[in-house]
Design a protein around this ligand. Structure first.
Ligand SMILES: [Zn+2]
Ligand SMILES: [Zn+2]
Length: 252
C-alpha cells in the first residue's frame, strides 16, 4: 500500500515544481529551511529539507488527528478529545512542527516572510487531499485574530493561508463571518485545560444566515491541543454551520 506520507510528499513536490518555475523567473531563491541557495524542491524549500519534513500519518486520534505510536486497528480518540466536547468534525495537520516546517512558519508569522505562503499552502493542499479526500466544502475560513493583535502583527497568517488554500481548491473564502472578540494572552506556555479556558467565548459569528447549513474548512498555521480551533468551530456551529473540518500546516 502506498503510504499517506508518500502521497503527501509527492503531492507537495508536484505542487512545488509548478510554482518554482514561475518564481525562478522572478527572483533568485534560497531555501527557507536551511538557507541553501538552491531550493530545487520548489519555491523556497530544498530537497534535503523536504526529506526532513515529518508528515503526519496514522494512527492518530480520529477527531483531532494527534498521532499516536504503535498500531491501532479501531477508531481511537485521544485522552484530550475523550475529556472534552469536540465541535469540529475532524482536524488534521500536514506535518510535525519541528525542523524546516517550524522554521518556515516562524519566518512567515513573526518575520513577515510572506512569500512563503504558497509553500505552506502546498502542505495544506496535500493534507486536504490526503485526509479529507471524500469531504466537500462550501467555504474556507481562517482563524481570526483580535484586532489589537492584527494591528501589532500587520497581517493574519491564518487568513493568508486560508486565502491561498481557497484559491488552490477553487473555493470561496469566508472573511469576517467569524470574529475574535477577545484578545487573549498567548497560549504557548499553558496546559491543555488552561488553553481551553483561555479561549472560551473568544469568537463570535456574524451573517449567520450565510453561515447556516454551510460546510467549512477552517485553517490555522499550527495546532497544539486544538483549543483555539475547537472554540472557533463552536462559534461556527452555533452560527449554524453544517460541518467544520480543520486543517493546519503543522502539529505542535
Ligand atoms: Zn533546505
Ligand atoms: Zn484527539
Amino acid at each position: 500500500m502506498r503510504g499517506i506520507v508518500e502521497r503527501m510528499r509527492s503531492a507537495v513536490v508536484r505542487l512545488k515544481e509548478w510554482g518554482g518555475v514561475a518564481l525562478d523567473l522572478a527572483y533568485p531563491r534560497v531555501c527557507a529551511g536551511c538557507g541553501s541557495p538552491d531550493p530545487a524542491a520548489g519555491r523556497f524549500l530544498c530537497w534535503d529539507c523536504l526529506s526532513r519534513v515529518e508528515f503526519i500519518q496514522p494512527p492518530f486520534c480520529e477527531l483531532c488527528g494527534d498521532p499516536v505510536g504503535g498500531r491501532i486497528g479501531h477508531a481511537y480518540h485521544c485522552a484530550l478529545c475523550s475529556g472534552r466536547r469536540v465541535y469540529f468534525d475532524r482536524a488534521r495537520s500536514a506535518a510535525r512542527y519541528d525542523g524546516p516546517i517550524g522554521r518556515m512558519i516562524r519566518d512567515f508569522k513573526y518575520n513577515g516572510h510572506l512569500w512563503l505562503v504558497e509553500d505552506l499552502a502546498d502542505f495544506l493542499v496535500a493534507a486536504v487531499r490526503s485526509h479529507f479526500e471524500e469531504t466537500s466544502f462550501d467555504a474556507v475560513v481562517g482563524v481570526p485574530l483580535h484586532w489589537t493583535k492584527l494591528r501589532a502583527r500587520g497581517f493574519n497568517q491564518s487568513e493568508w493561508l486560508a486565502a491561498a488554500l481557497a484559491r488552490r481548491l477553487r473555493l470561496p473564502i469566508a472573511r469576517r463571518c467569524v470574529r475574535r472578540i477577545r484578545a487573549d494572552p498567548t497560549q504557548t506556555h499553558l496546559t491543555a485545560e488552561k488553553r481551553a479556558a483561555n479561549v472560551l467565548g473568544a469568537f463570535a459569528t456574524q451573517w449567520n444566515r450565510w453561515i447556516d447549513g454551510r460546510r467549512f474548512l477552517l485553517v490555522d498555521d499550527v495546532m497544539t491541543t486544538g483549543a483555539t480551533v475547537n472554540e472557533c468551530s463552536r462559534a461556527l456551529k452555533m452560527g449554524g454551520a453544517a460541518s467544520v473540518y480543520v486543517v493546519t500546516v503543522a502539529r505542535g
